[in-house]
Design a binder for this molecule. Structure first.
Ligand code: GLN
Length: 474
């Protein structure tokens, strides 16, 4: 096995035993990025490689390890989605408007990794500002699915998922607003955890939809996700939505069996649109969990059908407000040609800097929030969101977790979904846990025509432990 193919758990062991150094491990990842990322058939998962900084961090980690000062992620190389601020390193959100933007400070999550002595290899591709499900909306080219380069890796954390699947790093960070960790994890055959809203700090993440955005890990196993989540969980004084509640010991919790655990199967997630072969794999997974001692209970969540329309009102609304800060004055690009007044700076910078999906969402959101339409769209969507939250709360009185498909089908071909509505429909199973702020994970459960299929486990608020425990048994 090559060093870059190791899991976090295996890499930790090797580093501790002195089987290899962090510099060797880091070089193995960097070389693999070099071999697979660029060129005609390149995966284009990584936008910025910070080779020099990574090797320096690895050297420092090796010194720490020699002194016995080893933490969970000391010397472990990772990639971060390019919407995490990283001090001194380009942070673009895959947008032209931030093409040359250097962040003045690092996100809390990145700082926590720095303290651990983890090694940042670089930044991964995404749909511009995390708006999308295929990474085709990146201003810097589409990422390709490592299982079939004619297909998308999913999105918006498609670069992170593809990088983990192609062994360019030991793990990666993504962000999830309505599915952006889980859906690409499913398409690329890796594990992706979206924690509870408020479990991990959003400070230093470029905001998309502030009421649902969360940072989270993409890794090769559920156990690795548990390791990363442990470090990024907890209160941050810079993010008032993070709770001070104690964080479970995920590594211990994950080891427990699932005997007697009640797993709900919501009938509304098994629609006729699902790929039949993929559905079989999900049903087999349910059987497997049953054999491990779980109790399977069929339930109904009738409001599921409203999640997607509600999500696509609330998200553009928050986007239209959050992206107001990119005005040509405070950050990144500032148009210089034919500027006669302040309005010209706004119009020209935003006109040139934003891609078409970002513009579409700003327009939709501005419309939904405008006087006369606010009550009909935004307010109504928030009311239905409350109904969705209540429905989950009721369901969790009788079950411990839910299992659903992560996506209706396997990864689609690049260019196949030109119609934005067709693209939005891809997100059918992932937005409801986001709207309700619940933890959810996608775990590979087999392949259809060599393309990976993911099962989604959704849990109660702040019960990442049970979600990870079930995921570990799949
Ligand atoms: N695919 C969804 C969207 O386009 C989710 C994005 C996300 O989670 N960042 O909005």
């Amino acid at each position: 096995m090559k060093l870059n193919e190791l899991t976090i758990k295996q890499a930790q062991k090797g580093l501790k035993n002195g089987d290899f150094t962090s510099v060797e491990l880091t070089k193995a990842c960097l070389n693999n990025i070099l071999a697979k990322n660029s060129g005609k058939d390149g995966i284009n998962a990584v936008l910025t490689v910070c080779e020099k900084e990574a090797l320096e961090q690895a050297k420092k980690a090796d010194e720490r390890i020699k002194k016995g000062e080893i933490s969970e992620l000391t010397g472990i190389p990772y990639l971060a989605k390019d919407n995490y601020l990283t001090k001194g390193i380009k942070t673009t959100a895959a947008s032209k408007i931030l093409e040359n933007y250097i962040a003045p400070f690092s996100a809390t999550v990145i700082k926590r990794f720095d303290e651990q002595g983890a090694v940042l290899l670089g930044k991964t591709n995404l749909d511009e500002f995390a708006h999308g499900s295929s990474t085709e909306n990146s201003a810097f080219g589409t990422t390709k699915n490592p299982h079939d380069i004619t297909r998308v890796p999913g999105g918006s954390s498609g670069g992170s998922a593809a990088a983990v699947a192609a062994d360019m790093c030991i793990f990666a960070l993504g962000t999830d607003t309505g599915g952006s960790i889980r859906q690409p994890a499913a398409f690329c055959g890796v594990v992706g955890l979206k924690p509870t809203y408020g479990r991990s700090s959003r400070f230093g993440l470029i905001a998309m939809t502030s009421s649902t955005d969360v940072p989270g890990p993409l890794a090769k196993t559920a156990e690795d996700c548990a390791i990363v989540q442990q470090i990024i969980s907890g209160h941050d004084k810079n993010d008032f939505t993070t709770t001070e509640d104690l964080v479970d010991d995920y590594a211990e919790e994950i080891k427990k069996d699932i005997k007697g655990l009640k797993i709900g199967v919501p009938i509304e997630f098994f629609t006729k649109e699902i790929n039949k072969e993929a559905e079989k794999l999900i049903r087999n997974t349910i059987d497997k969990l049953k054999k491990s001692g779980a109790k399977i209970i069929e339930i109904s969540l009738p409001n599921t059908k409203y999640a997607l329309p509600v999500y696509y009102i609330i998200t553009p609304s928050e986007v239209s407000s959050n992206l107001g800060r990119f005005d040509g004055i405070r950050y990144g690009l500032s148009a210089e040609k034919d500027i006669k007044n302040l309005a010209d700076i706004y119009f020209k910078t935003r006109g040139q800097g934003f891609g078409s999906e970002v513009k579409r969402r700003i327009m939709l959101g501005t419309y939904a929030l405008s006087a006369g339409y606010y009550d009909a769209y935004y307010l109504q969507a928030q009311k239905v969101r409350t109904k969705i939250i209540e429905e989950f709360e009721q369901a969790f009185k009788q079950i411990d977790v839910l299992i659903t498909p992560t996506t209706p089908d396997v990864a689609f071909k690049i260019g196949a979904k030109q119609d934005p509505l067709q693209m939005y429909l891809q997100d059918i199973f992932t937005p409801s846990p986001s709207l309700a702020g619940l933890p959810a994970i996608s775990v590979p459960c087999g392949t259809v025509d060599k393309m990976p299929v993911g099962a989604q486990i959704i849990g109660k608020k702040f019960d990442e432990s049970t979600v990870l425990r079930v995921a570990d048994k799949i």
